[in-house]
Write a protein that binds this ligand. Structure first.
Ligand code: SAM
Length: 264
């Protein structure tokens, strides 16, 4: 059994591509790599965010590190038009060891899955040139709030987060970004928040984010079913609760992730 919350099947790989497009307007306004030449990306998955970075910053050469051969094979396919600007490296970020030194780092939705994010930050720091910039965006799952009360969603969310913790991850790692960067020796650390606070005043947006959330929640379903942590009935009930939130006249749907920008 793969000890990774989302797994590596083709549906999950496509989800990462869709997610990168959907969330890009919430992430990239706080990313500034203008003037940078060599970027290190940690936990790059199928290259979904790499493609966004390549488009936004045409001067960047990117080295993308992931410890999954399956993800990197898909990344090679997704980024084939950019083979002159991207190097894909299969390594565990906790043991990062590269010859090159970088003036930029991008990490998104990866530290949450890593057992020792502090070691990763120290390793990353060792690979940077003076003045290098880092951007991190990570989850802060305890911020999820909704109305009306939705017991099946609450149960599924608890089990989903427990599964991630059981695999050595941290669904609230976003809350620790300032500490992780400080202890790794970064400076000029700026923490900000992104996410959504939706209700019936933005019904269309509420529908879009609830549809997104269903897909995100279900990305954990194969692993949760396999480990026996959840039943198909409970997955369906979670989806029905999300439909009920969308239909409720007093619906609230709120979540905050965390951005950190810093330099060395
Ligand atoms: C949720 S995906 C995010 C991928 C990409 N950053 C994105 O936003 O589309 C997390 C990725 O981190 C990778 N990963 C998890 N732990 C890792 C580690 N210790 N070293 C390298 N990659 C890791 C996984 O294989 C997975 O591809």
């Amino acid at each position: 059994m793969v000890k990774y919350l989302h797994g590596y099947d083709s549906r999950e790989q496509q989800r990462l591509i869709d997610q990168a497009g959907f969330l890009a307007p919430l992430i990239f306004p706080s990313v500034d790599f203008f003037g940078c030449k060599k970027l290190l990306e940690i936990g790059s998955g199928v290259g979904a965010q790499t493609a966004v970075l390549l488009g936004l910053f045409p001067d960047l050469q990117i080295t993308s590190v992931d410890f999954s051969e399956t993800q990197l094979a898909k990344a090679a396919e997704n980024l084939k038009g950019f083979s002159d600007r991207v190097t894909l490296v299969c390594q565990d970020a906790e043991k990062l060891q590269l010859e090159e030194r970088f003036d930029a780092v991008f990490i998104c939705w990866a530290l949450e899955h890593i057992t020792d994010p502090q070691t990763v930050m120290k390793r990353v720091r060792e690979h940077l040139l003076p003045g290098a910039k880092i951007h991190i965006t990570e989850v802060f799952n305890s911020t999820f709030y909704y109305q009306p009360e939705s017991p099946a969603l609450a149960y599924y969310y608890r089990v989903y987060n427990e599964q991630q913790i059981g695999f050595g991850g941290n669904p609230d790692v976003g809350s620790q970004l300032g500490n992780l960067l400080t202890h790794a020796g970064f400076r000029d650390i700026k923490i900000s928040h992104g996410g959504f606070h939706l209700d019936q005043s933005q019904a269309e947006e509420l529908g879009r984010f609830i549809a997104f959330w269903k897909i995100l929640m279900k990305s954990g379903a194969p692993g949760l079913l396999e480990s026996g942590a959840i039943s198909q009935f409970e997955i369906d009930a979670m989806e029905s609760d999300l439909d009920r939130i969308l239909a409720d006249e007093n619906a609230v749907f709120f979540y905050q992730f965390v951005h950190a920008n810093a330099t060395v």
